[in-house]
Design a protein around this ligand. Structure first.
Ligand code: SF4
Length: 186
């Protein structure tokens, strides 16, 4: 598949998507778009051919838009190989480097790799659909407080953060707003 031109409902500022890991997402959210369009997904696996993709230059690349790259079932080695690929691409460019966008419902896993130099030119994002814990929809996803607490640490380390409210679920504004503020989204 390689580097794809971003289309559909994805963020307007993203112009490319790259999915080095393919397959069933561990989080298994009831509302997952990828699950709906691909009912026979296999277990998540790194696609070695994807690691040969030319990530070009001067792009804003969403890495892992189709499955959560930082879910608990993804090995640290796989994640490192993907981060290295992004970093090495920029390192071989003199100018017009790529910016990378990493999104996970398991942001505490970002902290495992936070010293990786790729994050110096990246945005780190989590999803906060609501302030409420809705296990029938969120299934294996980390609890909202766990996501917020990890994002708060990441933001306090000086990294650029982003929060997506997607899909918008039933929420209490007075509780949701402070959670989002703690993530310090730029
Ligand atoms: S975290 Fe995202 S990709 Fe994974 S199941 Fe949930 S909606 Fe789908």
């Amino acid at each position: 598949m390689g580097l794809n031109i971003s289309k559909g409902n994805i963020y307007g500022f993203i112009d490319r998507t790259w999915n080095p890991i393919k397959g069933k997402c561990f989080h298994d959210c009831s509302y997952c778009y990828m699950k709906a369009i691909n009912k026979n997904q296999r277990e998540a696996d790194v696609n070695k051919n994807e690691l040969k993709t030319d990530l070009t230059k001067d792009r804003y690349v969403f890495v892992g838009s189709s499955t959560d790259l930082f879910a608990e079932n993804i090995s640290s080695d796989w994640i490192k190989r993907c981060l290295n690929k992004c970093y090495d691409t920029n390192n071989n460019l003199f100018e017009e480097v790529n910016k990378y966008f990493f999104q996970s419902k398991n942001p505490k896993r970002f902290l495992e790799f936070i010293d990786h130099p790729v994050f110096e030119n990246s945005v780190i994002c989590t999803t906060i659909e609501t302030n409420k814990w809705l296990p029938e929809h969120m299934r294996n996803s980390p609890k909202i407080e766990d996501r917020v607490s990890a994002m708060e640490k990441i933001a306090n380390l000086g990294f650029e953060t982003h929060v997506t409210i997607e899909p918008i679920m039933d929420f209490d504004l007075d509780e949701l707003l402070p959670l989002i503020k703690r993530c310090k989204p730029v």
